[in-house]
Design a protein around this ligand. Structure first.
Ligand code: GLU
Length: 407
């Protein structure tokens, strides 16, 4: 079992506020103190994010960015859009050129060393785009001796290099639209990146191009923020949760991403993403009451006894717990269809440590069972790191962090 891709915290939404951080006010003029954002997006990915001739961008990532800005108190005319090509995203965040990036940006362990992610807000998988007449390429293993184009600095190019390089002649370009031009011109045999992006190009050239439709990775898109800007990261996560909860997310998916028969995956469970798991402390001396409370909490989760769990949770954790119970318990998840009615889960404790007389860490793991194939990407195992605090002599659950686990 390998833990990758995503480190997430649930202790998020309650600290969300409407106001922008000082960092984000920099571009406001003296006369106009309204908060503003500079947001990095793609300019050439149809359906996801395209800059229009009128200077207005459109697409699902743009809707997501605009929703986040509005939720954080920034008006549309106080947003400055900047093109953030695949390879530029980390630098644009580190240098402060943008406040955040919403640009088909996969959360990955390698990137989390350089930037922080809020989300995820969309799931997809890497696929192949070919010319309509192409009969030989039906999966990446069939690329032997052929040429494929992808964007520099992308997880897509990395995947080809890592797993298919022996057979494939990889061309790396600055953007996917350059790759698509190469494909149309016949200088490459395929373009490879996420299915949701390729579907937009196929819909733009329906007579010439088609998506193979055989995804071979799992991508989770996150909103990139400057490494360590936990405040902004947390507020963006709250905004994404609100966008899914009020139906705006689904409306934008329907309007932008369903062209050409592409079937988007349901909205992912949204957490918040610290960059490193909380380290467990010294587990040699455990308060017996702590052990009992920890075991009781696991029992409550398995029994779906949320009333009892709320009773042993700190006030500041209540809203987060409610939100995540709504998303993590399959039958409560309004994104999902009736196919998931038999999905169940099993929570187990995987460690308990006491870091001081009044604080402790409870590790837990959730495994989902009876998951239909269609939802395998959705129900990943989750490792939880729960922070317990002793308040007035009673152990309480005060924060929750989670990692998706890839098997
Ligand atoms: N999601 C992949 C990545 O972040 C490919 C798409 C892109 O380059 O924007 O690298």
């Amino acid at each position: 079992m390998k833990r990758v891709v995503l480190t997430v915290t649930l202790a998020a939404t309650l600290i969300s506020g409407a106001a922008c951080s000082k960092d984000n006010d920099q571009s406001s003029s003296a006369a106009d103190k309204s908060p503003s954002f500079t947001i990095g997006i793609k300019y050439d990915q149809p359906g996801m994010s395209v800059m229009g001739a009128d200077g207005k961008p459109r697409g699902f990532d743009v809707d997501t960015a605009a929703y986040i800005a509005n939720n954080l108190g920034v008006q549309p005319d106080h947003i400055t859009w900047k093109e953030a090509r695949t390879e530029q995203r980390e630098d644009m965040l580190s240098s402060g050129a943008v406040d955040f990036v919403v640009a088909s940006y996969s959360i990955s362990a390698a990137r989390q060393k350089q930037v922080s992610f809020a989300g995820p807000y969309l799931m997809t998988g890497q696929d192949l785009l070919v010319r309509q007449g192409e009969t030989g390429i039906d999966r990446p293993e069939a690329l032997g001796g052929r040429s494929v184009c992808s964007a520099k600095g992308s997880t897509s190019a990395d995947k080809i290099k890592k797993d298919f390089a022996a057979d494939v002649n990889l061309t790396a370009r600055d953007t996917y639209s350059q790759c698509v031009d190469d494909l149309l011109a016949g200088t490459v045999d395929a373009v490879s990146t996420d299915g949701v992006i390729l579907a937009g190009y196929a819909a733009t050239h329906p007579d010439q191009l088609r998506v193979v439709g055989h995804p071979f990775t799992k991508e989770r898109y996150g909103v990139g923020v400057k490494k360590g800007n936990i405040d902004l990261q947390t507020r963006i996560t709250g905004a994404i949760q609100a966008m899914i909860a009020d139906g705006s997310w689904q409306r934008s998916v329907d309007a932008n991403l369903k062209r050409g028969g592409y079937q988007p995956l349901p909205a992912p469970p949204v957490f918040n993403a610290p960059d490193a798991p909380i380290a467990a402390g010294d587990s040699t001396k455990l308060d017996p009451n702590l052990v009992k409370t920890g075991n009781d909490m696991i029992t409550m989760v398995n029994a779906k006894d949320w009333t009892s769990l709320a009773a042993v949770s700190c006030p500041e954790a209540q809203e987060t717990l409610r939100g995540n119970v709504a998303q993590l318990v399959p039958q409560n998840d309004t994104n999902l269809g009736p196919e998931v009615k038999d999905v169940s889960y099993d929570a187990t404790s995987t460690g308990l440590s006491q870091t001081s007389p009044d604080s402790a860490t409870l590790l837990a793991h959730i495994t989902y069972t009876n998951v239909p194939d269609k939802y395998k990407q959705y129900f990943k195992d989750i490792d939880f790191t729960n922070t317990l605090s002793r308040r007035d002599g009673t152990w309480m659950l005060c924060a929750v962090n989670a990692d998706f686990v890839e098997s």
